[in-house]
Design a binder for this molecule. Sequence first.
Ligand code: 5FU
Length: 259
Amino acid sequence: PQVQTQTYDVRLSNHTNPAARALLECILRKRSNLCVSVDLSTSAELLEVVDAVGPSVCLIKTHMDIVEDFDQSVIDRLRVLSEKHDFLIFEDRKFADIGNTVVLQYSKGVHKIASWAQLTNAHVVPGSGIITGLASVGLPLGRGLLLLAEMSSAGTLAQGAYTDAALAMAREHRDFVVGFIAQRRLGDEDWLILTPGVQLGSGGDSMGQQYNTPREVVRRGADVIIVGRGVYGKRGEAGKEAERYRKEGWEAYLARVGG
Ligand code: 5FU
């Protein structure tokens, strides 16, 4: 596909899914295309970082299954912060089972993800039944789904024909699938591209994570940059780091759309 040069403002008219629209509107209000991934395993640390980075983000990404003291109050407090700071919530659950099972995993259990996360994501390895299942829960609640079309990690199998198949599956479910976790723009239609594996200064970690800079991933088509350790890694500095990444991400977007 060609470089995505449409502004977030124009792209709003290409989206009908309520979660996609809310995300684009939040991006515009806050001039932020930054999603911070808060991968911390106690509720106190999680909520402290969310409160610190809240002013700079459009989206907070969670892995709620790593929170050791999880209970419903964590969600209640997270939602209070999402209203205080104006951001959406994305649970990075990476569903990967048959439709009937993901219906249960999405709506029930300890986390009841569908009740609080505007966005979640799924692998396409089971085939399109996973989307049908998740949509049966998420669509009535106004939720949106991202498909994992590519991953940031070394040796990922999500490439080539697999990535093409993810795009084809998304095209069959345009009401619920709002975009992709990917490293670049996919397809000529308007899909939201959320890109993890982002840090200022590239490199990676000792377990296969690979980083690119905000400027590079936005140039390739990222609409939202997802940053974890780059923001919360230095204790006490998450707020300052988030603002640094917000500015980087926004300048890269302006450069892409020619503003
Ligand atoms: F789908 C993906 C992917 O391809 N790469 C990722 O890194 C998801 N992630 C998540 O983004 C991962 O589970 C972490 O929660 C986050 C990246 O964190 P980091 O600290 O910025 O490396």
